[in-house]
Design a protein around this ligand. Structure first.
Ligand SMILES: *Cc1c(COP(=O)(O)O)cnc(C)c1O
Length: 399
């Protein structure tokens, strides 16, 4: 016998909805931003360099370039590689639009490939099949915070002489075979949107060990002006040259000060995300009707998202119904992502369509993102588990 679902008039598990993600802002964050406001340096000042240095050291790379979004970081990476008309860049079907858009911004062609059915990470064999003479780079996405298969991707990239980029926007703090994500690709990009591991309101970072790529990305975020503003001030010169088409992608000192304060709490917040994932894993292990996110022995997941896959053959309803029932119970589950080839933009620009990438298509019908953020209490976690138990219990074929 199952309890009456909230969507059918029963009592909801929670009265106040639990979001799927939420930032953590504390007094130290507020103090850090306030200090910058009083300091006189609102942008291109000391907090930017400080954030870049601390971030670079966290992911163990030589250079970190702060920009005003994760999307801008991806665009800067494409610019630095001189991706342009006629070039192709391979991207996975299961990602956010920005991954592919960064390629389109440079008037190059994103080439979508399928993901692994279990991990939802880009499939290295699909990448190998998609490489052509025009391929300039691969953008791997560390989906949900699980590191991409870097060794296999590096093998394909080296074999064909193409560059490996990581869209690591989900994976700050993830580890692949003892190496931090951020240190594995030629350029890795991060986002500081409030849903991500650390936030600056909006913001992003592109990291690399390559001096020349770092230099090009630094220029790009500042209109491709040849002289660094600080160098110019030192030389007391008004001269500068605009050497290429760049953007204003700068991140302000207010934001970078927030980033520095947030970065200090990152290890603790990663611990909390992993503890929440272990509670979910344990509770769902003996439940029918869903699959928990896979973990690999040599990887440490960063759990930006906790994405389950519904076992639809065991359920009497589709994902849409489970989604609605969970919301009615006060648990604001989400879906990450609508695959790229389901969107009008890529259908019209790239000629792709629903059904082209079967693993992503199949996963898309089954995925559900459960709440995952460090501020969640154990009670919040229990509420999610109870709601999943209740909803899947009511909707199981044998119920
Ligand atoms: C968040 C995100 C981005 C874009 O980051 P913004 O800071 O929102 O521009 C890009 N790719 C992936 C996979 C993301 O999750």
């Amino acid at each position: 016998m199952s309890e009456r679902l909230a969507i059918e008039g029963g009592a909801a598990i929670r009265q106040t909805p639990l979001p799927y993600a939420q930032q953590s802002i504390d007094d130290a964050d507020v103090a850090a931003v306030t200090e910058v406001l009083r300091s006189g340096w609102l942008t291109t000042g000391p907090s930017v360099s400080k954030f870049e240095q601390q971030f670079a050291s966290f992911v163990t790379v030589r250079h970190a370039v702060a920009v005003n979004s994760g999307t801008a970081a991806l665009h800067a990476a494409m610019f630095a590689l001189q991706v342009g008309p006629g070039d192709e860049v391979i991207v996975p079907a299961m990602t956010f639009a920005a991954t592919a858009n960064a390629v389109l911004f440079q008037n190059a062609a994103p080439v979508i490939v399928d993901v692994d059915a279990e991990t939802l990470l880009i499939d290295p064999q699909a990448v190998e099949r998609a490489v052509t003479r025009r391929t300039k780079a691969i953008i791997a996405v560390d989906f949900a915070g699980d590191p991409s298969p870097y060794d296999e991707l590096r093998t394909v990239a080296n074999k064909h002489g193409i560059t490996l980029i990581a869209d690591a926007c989900h994976a700050l703090g993830a580890i692949y075979k003892d190496c931090p994500v951020g240190s594995l690709a030629d350029i890795s990009t991060f986002s500081f949107h409030p849903a991500k591991h650390i936030t600056t309101g909006e913001g992003g970072m592109a990291v690399t060990d390559d001096d020349e790529l770092a230099h090009r990305m630094r220029r790009f975020r500042n209109h491709c002006i040849s002289a660094d503003p600080k160098e110019r001030a030192k030389k007391r010169s008004w001269r500068y040259d605009v050497v290429d088409l760049g953007f204003n992608y700068r991140l302000s000192d207010l934001q970078c000060a927030l980033g520095v304060a947030q970065l200090q709490r990152l290890p603790a917040s990663l611990d909390r995300r992993r503890a929440i994932a272990r509670m979910y894993d344990a509770a769902f292990a003996e439940m029918n009707g869903l699959r928990t996110p896979p973990t690999r022995k040599d990887c440490i997941h960063a759990y930006h998202l906790y994405v389950i896959q519904l076992e639809l053959d065991r359920l009497a309803v589709d994902r849409e119904a489970v989604y609605a029932a969970m919301h009615a119970e006060g648990i604001a589950v989400n879906v990450h992502y609508i695959p790229l080839h389901h969107h009008t933009l890529y259908q019209t620009r790239l000629g792709v369509g629903v059904g082209d990438f079967p693993n992503a298509d199949r996963a898309y019908e089954r995925i559900l993102t459960l709440p995952m953020f460090p501020k969640m209490t154990d009670k919040d976690v229990d509420d999610v588990i109870e709601a999943v138990r209740k909803v899947l219990g009511a909707y199981r074929r044998d119920a």
